[in-house]
Design a protein around this ligand. Sequence first.
Ligand SMILES: [Zn+2]
Length: 250
Amino acid sequence: MSLNLLEIVEKADDIHHLIINGESKDPDSDLKYIAEKIKEIQSVVYQLANIYNSCKYITKNKNVPNILPSLDEWTRVSGKYNSPKLVSRESAPKMIVKSCDVDDIKDVPNTNLYFVRNIGQFALRINNVVFRGNVGDIFAHVFGAKKTAKLRQVTHCNNYSKCVRNGVLCNFYHDPLKLLVLSSKKFETQRRNFTNSSWLYAPTKEGCRSLGNGSSAHTDINLPQHDEQLFRDQCIHQLLLALSTPSSGS
Ligand SMILES: [Zn+2]
């Protein structure tokens, strides 16, 4: 807003005075001006109410982590952070990611980690992409060797409905969100595990990581769906461990 509240009220008073005395040169435009200001002020009131409710919630629940008034946008009254624009930037050669520009590191808002009770997983949402999961275990795996019975939950199950029908889950990993959709029965949350070879960047080797090197990412990016899923599962595993270190305040 370019005018402060007092200036707006004074200008509205002037318009009122002119219209009462039949001296307004353009009453329609004057009325439009007042209507626009009403909308602007209403939006500020709405944002203030959001911030008030959020602050009140945080104050009354001291152990609850800070939350912003809205999941998807920064609703700050000052205008500095209103409607952040997503700008497409190159994250790696020929790779684009959207981000909001800020002037200084202190202007980056906090993003909380959440724990989703009904699926027993940690989650966070960035650019409307949800990362969720738990820390898994990493099994030693010999290159080229067939997966052994010891490797549990290292890939997603292909036959959820059969497992759900039997009430017994197989050795593969079962996404708790899918189980929740398929059955009202409560299954214990599993750990999404990995083979050690799946962390090694070797795009031509089966079972290894095919995305991970910046300069070739634009050609490596056409991942089969299961590899893309694996990449996200590994991201949340890694992130949870990084956030659990003492230097991260945990
Ligand atoms: Zn299964």
